[in-house]
Ligand binder design. Sequence first.
Ligand code: FAD
Ligand code: DHB
Length: 391
Amino acid sequence: MRTQVAIIGAGPAGLFLSLLLDRLGIASVIVELHTRDYIENRVRAGLLEYHTVQLMQELGVGGRVALEGLEHGGIELRFNGRGRRIDFRDLAAGKCVTIYAQHEVIKDLAAARLATGKPILFEARNAQLHAIDAERPYVTFHHNGVDERLDCDFIAGCDGFHGISRASVPAGVLTVYERDYPFGWLGILAQAPPASQELIYVHHHRGFALLSMRSPEISRLYLQCAPDEDLSLWPDDRIWSELHKRFATDDGWKLTEGPITQKAVTGMRSFVVEPMQAGRLFLAGDAAHIVPPTGAKGLNLAVADVRVLAAALGHFYSSGSPALLAQYSATCLRRVWKVQRFSWWMTQLLHRFPDNNPFDQRRQLADLDYLTGSRAASQSLAENYVGLPFR
Ligand code: FAD
Ligand code: DHB
């Protein structure tokens, strides 16, 4: 097999890239480890930045998100038992965010990709990258009982944090910057109408909590837990009891309960590799960086990377100039580090740290008071939350 761009992974990064390239007339083949059913049902993120939704519209895959997505013009920050709203539409030039589950995005993108007649090779086992420093790199893998070889001009490593692309780069080329957090999130989906129309981020002395949703009937709730929390210690009634404590307000606000249909623990880390390129291999999305989920940025940052990559590849194929490809890593990293900063800042602002230093607690509360009382401070949060502009 031969193509122009071999894309490893059919997550948000790989699928968005394939549609962007298709629009530029650039051929690609997607090599994906799992089945279509698996990637279309994996429960993950749910919050789309303004620009991510706009891109879906531009690519002609915005029909369902426009109908079923929930537009949010603000969030609530709840601390000391009181809620304060941050109004994005007012503070971020009319912009808003949209709640629409990541696996629904995947369904829309995969359907559009397959409708172009170009392949997603599902259940491709043992993918390996070869000759990434040469003019003609290639990928080998096992598919439908056959050993395949895919020759290409470039490889896009879009295979997430645990994929093989980053691991294929020779030792000494990449520098890793990382930070672990001493907590994780226990996330649930519940058949319960969300108790609020907008997201609520809670600072509480028992630990952080977040109310989100997937539809007017389904709540998505998270609570801070240990990074290796044992889910068997969390029967449903304990989860609800803990959520009620953390969301409690002075004015008797009530969380709505319902049957829990999904439970999982997610660890948290900040991670970046530099550069995001090695020879003809370009890393994008979680393959190159991870953010803690507090700022809801993981998926959106993956999309931002592949916008840059598609433009650079388009420039290369139309002009023969590798200039934009050479700048790919530096261009992406400027945004990556701003998003890292924002995700770290939201995380340290809202979580309880194990040493529970009373100074830090007071400082967090002062920060929240300032943030919700100062237009300048809340505008900075709003600008980052809806998504930084691209230029
Ligand atoms: P991925 O979505 O990981 O896609 C990578 C793809 O590559 C997958 O389809 C995978 O099957 C495939 N692949 C992997 N290895 C190989 C291989 N060897 N060969 C071929 N294919 C391969 N972000 C938020 O903003 N908010 C959240 O609440 C949130 N929750 C999350 C919960 C979990 C459990 C996880 C894991 C992530 C969560 N994230 C969240 C992060 C967000 O989902 C990611 O940032 C986003 O999926 C990144 O997209 P990606 O395309 O870079 O990588
Ligand atoms: C969701 C996840 C997040 O990490 C976040 O900050 C906001 C919303 C969600 O899953 O809906």
